[in-house]
Design a protein around this ligand. Structure first.
Ligand code: SF4
Length: 135
């Protein structure tokens, strides 16, 4: 069972985005977060730390330390790359360091899940070929 969902947001995007819709996607059970039960699974978000994402290493080291103290195993944690990182939207194109971020996360023993809230407008623009498709 997943006890903790961690959402990684683009540090640049968080200058103007509160992350509310990512949080709402979790509590509303939106795809790709529908497998979680908010009554049993905790939610937290953090940013990549800024380009090129290397600061995420220290953040995940810190997280790992606290998980150990709380008795939470790494396979009980799902790390989501927020939609602002892995899909094209009005914020920006997908992050050019996405694979680097994934490597950092998996190296720390966490499962990576792509995406959080999927915006209706971005989906329409994707269908119209304006934005790149979700990989
Ligand atoms: S590394 Fe990617 S996700 Fe992080 S701030 Fe830069 S563009 Fe955003």
């Amino acid at each position: 069972m997943i006890k903790l969902v961690v959402v990684i947001q683009c540090d640049l995007v968080t200058k103007r985005c509160s992350g509310f819709l990512c949080m709402r996607a979790f509590y509303n059970g939106e795809e790709p977060m529908k497998e979680y039960n908010p009554a049993e699974t905790r939610y937290m978000s953090l940013t990549c730390g800024g380009c090129n994402g290397g600061c995420l290493t220290a953040k995940l080291e810190n997280l790992s330390k606290w998980l150990k103290k709380e008795g939470i195993e790494k396979d009980e944690v799902a790390v989501h790359l927020a939609s602002c990182i892995c899909t094209e939207s009005y914020h920006r194109p997908p992050c050019m360091f996405e694979n680097f971020l994934k490597q950092i996360i998996t190296k720390h023993g966490f499962r990576v899940v792509l995406g959080t809230h999927i915006s209706k407008k971005a989906s329409e623009r994707r269908a119209a070929g304006i934005y790149k498709p979700i990989r």
